[in-house]
Design a protein around this ligand. Structure first.
Ligand code: GRF
Length: 204
């Protein structure tokens, strides 16, 4: 079986991207990264990818006439790099059905809460405002809904008295860095079976 080629999309810091790069280097994930794409020229992930010798490009949303043109550029960069699995790692853009259809069942996302609770861009703030005692992170397949597709893996952290958005985010992020490589490993090893539009079975 030929190796999967990952296309990683990020908007900022890129710490999840780096945890994926480390898992590839260690042999945990048997795949390669074909391209890293950011939607912002200042994204730190761009530089980190370039330093690691990975093709990295910025597709600046502001330079595209509309969302369709933006997504067509993303898809053409991904296809040109031979990408077989799209990994959204802190990519702060909603993708339309056109993009989802272009890589149907081959797009993963990480979200820093226990979905379906606290989707959206302010998960930690919303968790603290609500007062839940537990939070965590979720890796899921991407479908047309926001933070919605079938769930692959989740892990939990406690929410502690006195937590701020920063302390909670740091506790969740440490789990993210373990969970995302694990989910990608399961995908590339062919161990994820989509039973229907909500349920994923992890094969032994
Ligand atoms: C992570 O918390 C991720 O779950 C969320 O955005 C953050 C990105 O962090 N979607 P990084 O860029 O991977 O460091």
């Amino acid at each position: 079986m030929s190796k999967h080629i990952l296309g990683i999309l990020c908007s900022g810091r890129g710490s999840n991207m780096q945890s994926i790069m480390a898992a590839i280097s260690s042999g945990q994930i048997k795949a390669e990264i074909g391209i890293v794409i950011t939607d912002k020229p200042e994204a730190r992930a761009l530089q980190a990818a370039a330093e690691a010798g990975i093709r990295s490009v910025c597709v600046n949303r502001r330079e595209c006439v509309d969302q369709q043109a933006f997504e067509e550029r993303l898809v053409s960069e991904l296809k040109a790099a031979g990408v077989t699995l799209v990994v959204l790692a802190g990519f702060m853009r909603i993708l339309s059905p056109y993009f989802v259809e272009s890589y149907r069942h081959r797009i993963l996302n990480i979200h820093p809460s226990l979905l379906p609770a606290f989707g959206g861009a302010h998960a930690h703030r919303d968790v603290l405002a609500y007062g839940t005692r537990v939070s965590g992170c979720t890796i899921h397949f991407v479908d047309e809904g926001m933070d919605h597709g079938p769930i692959i893996l989740q892990d939990t952290v406690p929410v502690l008295d006195g937590d701020t958005e920063d302390t909670l985010a740091a506790r969740v992020l440490a789990k993210e860095h373990i969970l995302y490589p694990k989910a990608i490993e399961l995908f590339v090893d062919g161990r994820l079976e989509l039973l229907d539009d909500r349920h994923v079975r992890i094969k032994e």
